[in-house]
Write a protein that binds this ligand. Structure first.
Ligand code: FAD
Ligand code: DLZ
Ligand code: SF4
Length: 509
């Protein structure tokens, strides 16, 4: 072969730009399981197992198409354990004279790639990742000259550009956004439908054994591994979502229920991000469900907004803000991440639930990530770098391009308002309204001080108080600051004291 086509673990798409001209005669496809990628953060065991198994299955599919694939397993004794090292080895072994790859999803690796051409001594062509619906250049153009970035306007442009849910040039249903209809608290006894669990074949079983052996110290258990590991299996899950679940997606998008990690969410993020599903297909099929009367508009529009809007928007923010973005810490937060994020050992039922789901499934849904674990980390002033590393490690859908703006920007307000127009700060009252966690909790969401007080409450006021200088001028927080200022100074003092006590004992609450 004269050319090496490198395919990364989150590039498992037959339409990948790096494979566009792969040729059975002259091309060698290189895929490698390497410690460098598996340990730059301590990824959840299920995330590693999902990716390795999906990579191995994808390699088989490429072989079935007639391509030559050089697949390096983690345990290969000659494995250089880094992507560059494996390229060096493959070039030396084959005498190939060039490399082609699709641009990657993380700054860390992109920086490394910039040096490959000179380090490897052959031309390295880095192609655009056209699985995304907005190129980085187009995003740069879109944001040029805008003082304040708002997802909503980007999303409307994307709807127009890709002609999604449009009637002429107008949004179907007369509005761009039906979010106001998407905030129902959970009904009593709300239970999500049973999800597909795929049978484990020989490839998956051997990957599970490998992960158990080499990543024993990473978070999570490999029990009940249920992930789709091929595009066909991911397609089955998407079809189930479109048929049975999408109609309810909007209504319960923000609801949280103990013991129900999935509710009416799609679970497609891991598959889209790894390349097993194409975002445009997912969008078109959800759109068809509305046009054909199989799902209501609030659900379909809400779902499409997440993928055509948020997903593309956060990627644009990431690539146009990096590398400085990763170091931002607008609120100067510096506390270490409490142990409960790794162990779920806490009396706070909502945190126990969200972290417990994460340990068990490498998943928790958006509102748990944002309003429970994220909100708590922001209110408690946890160092954003530690929080971001946690989110990048523990979710099966996590890559820095999508994790970082969501965590640093949306959940922690660490970017000072690039992603969100105000901090998503909330007290126990919000969690009580949107979940059934509080009923079974040692703490009481109605109390702010005293031994039974919900820790979110004092932390909420203390957070506003601590950050007055940075936040009080935000018009979207003026009501909350007015309430705080009107409060009896003795009560304010008691809240400050209780918050200080909570912060001192974060590992024991
Ligand atoms: P659904 O609720 O069914 O949503 C449908 C799809 O929309 C998702 O599959 C996803 O592709 C897309 N989507 C929804 N919200 C977002 C968003 N805010 N940003 C980007 N895409 C979105 N998502 C990741 O894919 N990887 C991450 O590492 C990640 N980290 C996050 C960290 C924090 C602190 C927060 C608040 C959110 C994070 N998200 C991340 C976004 C979101 O929580 C997940 O995409 C979602 O929970 C995945 O589950 P689902 O497929 O069931 O989503
Ligand atoms: C996340 C991940 C893991 C755990 N392992 C590998 C691997 O062994 N080989 C590989 O090519 N990719 C892996 N990945 C995905 C990469 O980390 C991902 O491609 C980069 O972070 C850029 O998005
Ligand atoms: Fe969470 Fe507070 Fe409710 Fe307990 S009372 S579940 S800590 S919000």
């Amino acid at each position: 072969p004269s050319r090496i086509h490198l395919v990364l673990g989150d590039q498992l798409s037959h339409s990948l730009s790096a494979l566009a001209d792969a040729d059975p005669e002259t091309s060698l496809v290189l895929m490698a399981e390497v410690m460098g990628e598996a340990t730059y953060v301590k990824h959840h065991k299920k995330k590693i197992a999902f990716l390795f198994s999906a990579m191995r299955h994808f390699a088989e599919e490429l072989r079935e198409k007639g391509l030559t694939v050089h697949y390096v397993t983690l345990e290969d004794p000659d494995n250089a354990q880094s992507l560059k090292g494996e390229l060096v080895r493959a070039l030396a072994e084959t005498g190939a004279t060039s490399v082609v790859v699709t641009q990657c999803g993380e700054w860390r690796l992109a920086e490394d790639m910039r040096g490959w051409e000179s380090d490897l001594g052959v031309p390295v062509e880095i192609r655009e990742d056209d699985r995304f619906l907005c190129s980085i250049e187009d995003f740069r153009e879109w944001r040029k000259g805008r003082k304040q970035l708002r997802m909503e306007y980007f999303y409307r442009d994307m709807r127009r550009r890709h002609r999604v849910l449009l009637e002429g040039d107008e949004p179907v249903g007369g509005k761009w956004n039906f979010d106001a209809e998407n905030r129902k608290p959970p009904a009593e006894g709300l239970k999500g439908p049973k999800r597909i669990s795929h049978p484990k074949d020989a490839i998956t079983k051997s990957v599970l054994a490998l992960v158990e052996e080499h990543f024993a110290g990473h978070m999570g258990s490999l029990d009940s591994f249920h992930f789709a590991v091929t595009a066909d299996q991911a397609e089955m899950e998407l079809q189930q979502f479109l048929d049975e679940i999408l109609p309810y997606f909007g209504d319960y998008q923000d609801a949280m229920v103990k013991g129900e990690p999935y509710l009416y969410h799609s679970l497609v993020s891991s598959y889209i991000n790894a390349g097993l599903l194409m975002p445009i297909d997912v969008i078109r099929r959800a759109e068809a469900a509305w046009f054909e009367g199989r799902a209501p508009l609030n659900a379909v529009e809400g779902f499409i907004r997440q993928i055509l809007g948020w997903r593309e928007y956060v990627r644009g923010i990431y690539w146009t803000e990096m590398p400085d973005y990763a170091g931002l810490n607008h609120l100067s937060a510096s506390r270490p991440l409490p142990q409960m994020y790794w162990t779920a050992k806490t009396d706070m039922a909502c945190m126990k639930g969200a972290v417990g789901d994460t340990i068990e499934h490498a998943y928790s849904h958006h509102i748990q990530r944002l309003m429970v674990t994220g909100n708590f980390a922001m209110l408690a002033g946890i160092d954003p770098a530690e929080v971001c590393e946690w989110y990048l490690a523990v979710y099966s859908d996590a890559y820095e391009w999508v994790e970082l703006p969501n965590t640093l920007g949306m959940a922690l307000y660490g970017d000072g308002g690039i992603m969100a127009s105000k901090p998503y700060a909330a007290s126990g009252k919000y969690i009580d309204r949107m979940s059934n966690f509080c009923g079974g909790c040692r703490y009481d969401p109605k109390l702010t001080t005293g031994p039974k007080a919900c820790p979110f409450n004092a932390l909420y006021w203390d957070f506003l108080d601590r950050n007055t200088e940075k936040l009080a001028r935000n018009p979207r927080l003026s009501n909350m600051y007015a309430t705080w200022r009107r409060m009896d100074p003795f009560k304010q003092d008691a809240i400050r004291k209780h918050a200080a006590q909570v912060l001192e004992t974060l590992d024991a609450i």
